[in-house]
Design a binder for this molecule. Structure first.
Ligand code: GLN
Ligand code: ZN
Length: 764
C-alpha cells in the first residue's frame, strides 16, 4: 500500500513567499532573490514529505500566485491585452508577465487590467479565471512545470509527481470572454488536449512516473457535453502517451452520478474525497475496474482536527478487502493548501485542545501513521483513540445548556412577531426618515493611526483607558462628520474592530485563535481563520459598550452592527464532530442575545451582516435547498427576538441573487443592503421579478476602488432602481463597508451620495 500527498502549502511557515513577492513587486529584491526564496520553500516542503515517509510527492504544486494562472501560462492562454507586456518585459522576464496577469500592469504608459479572480470551488482560496475566445489556441508557453520537476527529481527521484489542473476542469474553471459569448468553452477541449499530451510526454521523458491531473469537476454537476469532454480528453491522453501513470484527483464532494464516467476513464489511479463523502466508497468499490488504483482521501485537507484512525482504518480495510493491498493508496482528502502549515509553531493554544489538532505538517504524519496502524501498529492506534475520546467527552467542548437551547428551537424563535407591513408602519412612525434614506454599511476608513492604536494596545504600550479614549475620539469625529453631511441613519464606524469575524470570535466561548495558522486566500494574501472547537456561548455583551457610546453622541438613529451566524461559521475552521447547522444555530443564539442586549440599550436599528451566505452554497445544486433552509433559519433565530418596532437590517457583499431570491426574502430582514453598482442595477432585476416585499438598499457606488462617483451618476442609478422597485422601499448606501478606503475619497463620495438622494427625493 502506497501513500501520497496531493499538494502542500507554498506560502512558507513564516509566510516567506508572501514577503518575498511583496518585496519583488515593490522593486526591493530582484528575480534571483525571489527565486531563491521559492526554491528554499519547495525544498523544505519536499524534504518534509520525504521525512514523513510519503511515497508519491507532489511538485508543481508550488506557485508564485495561483496554480490556475500557472496553467494558463503553461498552455499559452494569455489574453491579448497582455501583448504589450510581453514585448515590454521580453521573454526572459516571464514572471513579470505572470504578475501582470495576476495583478494588472500600470507602467510606462500602459494600464492593463488584471484577470478576474474567483473562489476555488467552495474554498476561500481564489484563482485567476482563464479567459477563452472562440479561436483560442493553446501551445506550451511556460517551462515552469518542466523546470520544477527537474529540481524535484534530484531530491525525490521517482517519488516526484508533477501536478496539473486537468484539461476538463481547466476549461470549466474559465469563462468565455465577454465580447465572445455564444461559443461554449468546453468545445475547446479538442484544441487543448494535444497540448496536454505534449506536456505529459515531455514530463515522461524527463522521468516522471506519475502525473496528477486535478479534476474536481468530476465531483460536481456536469452537462452531457462536459461528460463527453472527459471521455474524449482521457481517451486521447491514454492513446497518445504511455509509460506514465495518470492519477485523476477529485475532491470536495462525491462522484455520485459521475461515478461510472470517472472509473471508466483510461487512467492508472483515481483519487476520491472520503472526508466530505465517505459514503461513496462502497459504490465506487463495486464498479471500479481492475486496472485502476484507488487513492483514499481520508485525512481532512480542509480542517484542523486530528484524524480518527478507527474510522479511517475502517475505510482502508473496506477498500483493501475489495481491491487488495497493491491497489490502495492513502492520502489527504485534497491538497493541503487549505490547511494552516505547522501546529508546532502554536505555543499559546490550550494544550488539551492543541492535542486534538493537526495542521498540514502533522497531517502528512497522519497519512503514514494510518498505514502503520493498518499494518498492525497498535500503539499508534491506542494513542489516537485516547485523543479522540478526550475530545468527545471534554467539558471544554460540551456545554449541556447550549445543546439544550439549540435542541429546543421553536418556530416562534425563528419568526418576527408581526408580518413585515405591520413592522414597516411602526418603523415609519418611529424613525420618521425621509424617502430614499441614506446610510452606510458600517465601517469607516481603518487608517494606519487606528491600526497602530490597536497594535500598541496589544503590545501593552497603551493602557485600556488610553486605547478606549482614542477609539472614542475617532468614533465621535466620525459621527460628527456623518451628521454634517446629512446622512440619515448613522453608524459608529467600527474602529474598535480588527475583523468582522475575529471581533466576535474573540468574545465568544468555544473559539480559539492561532498565532501562525495562515492559509493562502489569493496571491500573497493570507487569512487566519478562528477555530471553533466547542459549544458556543456568549459570556457577556459584545458590542453594547460601543454602540451605546455612539448612540449617546447624536440625536439621529444609530445602527448597531453585528456579524451573522452563517458568516461567522463560514470564515472559521469548524467542528467536524457535529453538523454545520448545529454550530450555526449555536452562534445564532449568541447573536440573538446580543441583538436583544442592543435593543434593551435603546438601539432601534440593528444590522446583522451575512456577507457569506451565498458563498456557503454547496457545490452540488441538489444540496442547495437544504443548506439555504438552515442558513436562513439561523439568520431568523438571530434576528427574531426583537420587538416589531426594532428595524433589522442585513448586508450582503454581492448581488447575484437569481437562484436564491426566495430564500433571501425568507430571511425577512426589514432592510437589506446589497452590492449592485458595478452591474448598473441590472442585478436588481431578480428582486423586481420576485416582487421582493421588504426594504432594500442597492449599493450606489463601488467601494472597491478609490474612484469618486458623481452625484449625477448615483442619481441615475437611483432612477433605475426606482423603475424596478417601489420607491418607498428604497435606501441609498454604498456597496459595502468603507474600511479599506481612505478618508478623502470616502468623504467626497458620500457627500455626492447624499446629494444624489436629495435629488431623488425631489424628482422621483
Ligand atoms: N459592517 C461591515 C463593514 O462595514 C460589513 C463588511 C462586509 O460586509 N464585508 O465593514
Ligand atoms: Zn459587504
Amino acid at each position: 500500500m502506497q501513500t501520497q500527498n496531493l499538494g502542500y502549502p507554498r506560502i512558507g511557515s513564516q509566510r516567506q513567499l508572501k514577503k518575498a513577492c511583496e518585496q519583488y513587486w515593490a522593486g526591493k529584491i530582484d528575480q534571483m532573490e525571489l527565486n531563491q526564496v521559492a526554491l528554499k520553500i519547495k525544498e523544505e516542503n519536499w524534504q518534509l514529505q520525504l521525512d514523513a515517509g510519503i511515497d508519491i510527492i507532489p511538485c508543481n504544486d508550488f506557485s508564485f500566485y495561483d496554480q490556475v494562472l500557472d496553467m494558463s501560462l503553461l498552455l499559452g492562454a494569455i489574453p491579448k491585452r497582455y501583448a504589450p507586456v510581453l514585448t515590454e518585459v521580453k521573454n526572459n522576464q516571464e514572471i513579470d508577465l505572470y504578475f501582470a496577469m495576476a495583478r494588472g500592469y500600470q507602467r510606462d504608459g500602459l494600464d492593463i487590467t488584471a484577470m478576474e479572480m474567483t473562489k476555488w470551488l467552495d474554498t476561500n482560496y481564489h484563482y485567476l479565471v482563464p479567459e477563452f475566445t472562440a479561436k483560442q489556441e493553446f501551445k506550451i508557453f511556460s517551462e515552469k512545470v518542466f523546470d520544477e520537476f527537474n529540481v524535484a527529481k534530484k531530491l525525490l527521484g521517482e517519488k516526484a509527481k508533477p501536478v496539473l489542473v486537468g484539461p476538463v476542469s481547466y476549461l470549466l474553471l474559465g469563462k468565455e470572454k465577454e465580447q465572445e459569448q455564444g461559443f461554449d468553452r468546453i468545445d475547446l477541449i479538442k484544441q487543448l488536449v494535444p497540448v496536454y499530451v505534449e506536456i505529459i510526454n515531455r514530463l515522461k521523458q524527463q522521468g516522471a512516473k506519475w502525473i496528477q491531473l486535478d479534476e474536481p469537476y468530476l465531483a460536481l454537476d456536469l452537462s452531457a457535453k462536459d461528460k463527453e469532454a472527459f471521455e474524449f480528453a482521457y481517451r486521447s491522453i491514454a492513446n497518445r502517451t504511455s509509460g506514465v501513470q495518470i492519477l485523476v484527483a477529485t475532491y470536495f464532494d462525491a462522484l455520485l452520478e459521475n461515478t461510472q464516467l470517472a472509473v471508466n476513464l483510461p487512467i492508472a489511479a483515481l483519487h476520491i474525497d472520503l472526508v466530505r463523502a465517505p459514503e461513496q466508497l462502497e459504490d465506487i468499490l463495486s464498479v471500479i475496474p481492475e486496472q485502476i488504483k484507488l487513492s483514499l482521501g481520508i485525512v481532512d485537507g480542509r480542517n484542523v482536527w486530528k484524524n480518527d484512525y478507527e474510522k479511517s482504518v475502517g475505510l482502508i480495510n473496506t477498500a483493501v478487502q475489495k481491491l487488495g493491498i497493491d491497489r490502495v493508496i492513502i492520502a489527504p482528502s485534497c491538497s493541503l493548501l487549505h490547511s494552516p502549515i505547522d501546529l508546532d509553531l502554536e505555543t499559546a493554544i490550550d494544550p488539551e485542545i492543541k492535542n486534538w489538532m493537526a495542521f498540514a505538517k502533522q497531517k502528512l504524519n497522519e497519512v503514514t501513521q494510518l498505514k502503520q496502524v493498518f499494518e498492525g501498529n497498535d500503539e499508534l492506534f491506542q494513542i489516537n483513540k485516547a485523543t479522540i475520546q478526550s475530545r468527545n467527552t471534554s467539558q471544554k467542548v460540551h456545554k449541556q445548556t447550549v445543546k439544550n437551547r439549540v435542541a429546543a428551537i421553536t418556530t416562534a424563535d425563528a419568526s418576527r412577531k408581526s408580518a413585515f407591513p405591520i413592522r414597516q408602519q411602526l418603523h415609519t412612525n418611529r424613525f420618521k426618515l425621509p424617502s430614499f434614506p441614506t446610510t452606510t454599511i458600517g465601517s469607516f476608513p481603518q487608517t494606519d493611526d487606528i491600526r497602530q492604536l490597536r497594535a500598541q494596545f496589544k503590545k501593552g504600550e497603551l493602557t485600556l483607558a488610553e486605547y478606549e479614549a482614542a477609539i472614542e475620539q475617532a468614533t465621535i469625529d466620525c459621527i460628527r462628520w456623518q451628521e454634517e453631511i446629512g446622512l440619515d441613519v448613522l453608524v459608529h464606524g467600527e474602529f474598535e474592530r480588527n475583523d468582522m469575524v475575529e471581533y466576535f470570535g474573540e468574545q465568544l466561548d468555544g473559539f480559539l485563535f492561532t498565532k501562525n495558522g495562515w492559509v493562502q486566500s489569493y496571491g500573497s494574501r493570507c487569512v487566519k481563520p478562528p477555530v471553533i472547537y466547542g459549544d458556543i456561548s456568549r459570556p457577556k455583551d459584545m458590542t453594547v459598550r460601543w454602540s451605546s457610546f455612539a448612540a449617546a453622541q447624536t440625536d439621529k438613529p444609530m445602527k448597531g452592527m453585528l456579524t451573522g451566524p452563517v458568516t461567522i461559521l463560514q470564515w472559521s475552521f469548524v467542528r467536524d464532530d457535529q453538523p454545520r447547522e448545529t454550530t450555526t444555530n449555536q452562534i445564532a443564539f449568541a447573536i440573538r442575545d446580543e441583538v436583544l442586549a442592543l435593543e434593551s440599550a435603546g438601539i432601534g436599528i440593528i444590522q446583522i451582516d451575512e456577507a457569506a451566505i451565498r458563498e456557503g452554497l454547496p457545490l452540488r445544486k441538489a444540496k442547495h435547498p437544504q443548506y439555504l433552509d438552515w442558513a436562513v433559519k439561523a439568520f431568523r433565530i438571530a434576528a427574531s427576538g426583537v420587538q416589531d418596532q426594532t428595524q433589522i437590517h442585513t448586508h450582503m457583499c454581492y448581488s447575484e441573487f437569481n437562484h436564491i431570491i426566495k430564500h433571501i426574502a425568507a430571511m425577512d430582514a426589514d432592510v437589506i443592503t446589497i452590492e449592485t453598482s458595478r452591474s448598473q442595477m441590472e442585478l436588481l432585476e431578480a428582486f423586481a421579478n420576485f416582487e421582493y416585499p421588504n426594504e432594500i438598499g442597492p449599493g450606489v457606488y463601488d467601494i472597491h476602488s478609490p474612484r469618486v462617483p458623481s452625484k449625477e451618476e448615483m442619481a441615475a442609478l437611483l432612477t433605475k432602481a426606482a423603475d424596478l422597485l417601489p420607491v418607498g422601499n428604497l435606501w441609498v448606501n454604498p456597496d459595502c463597508g468603507l474600511k479599506t478606503r481612505k478618508w478623502p475619497e470616502t468623504k467626497a463620495a458620500l457627500i455626492n451620495m447624499v446629494a444624489a438622494a436629495k435629488e431623488a427625493r425631489e424628482h422621483i
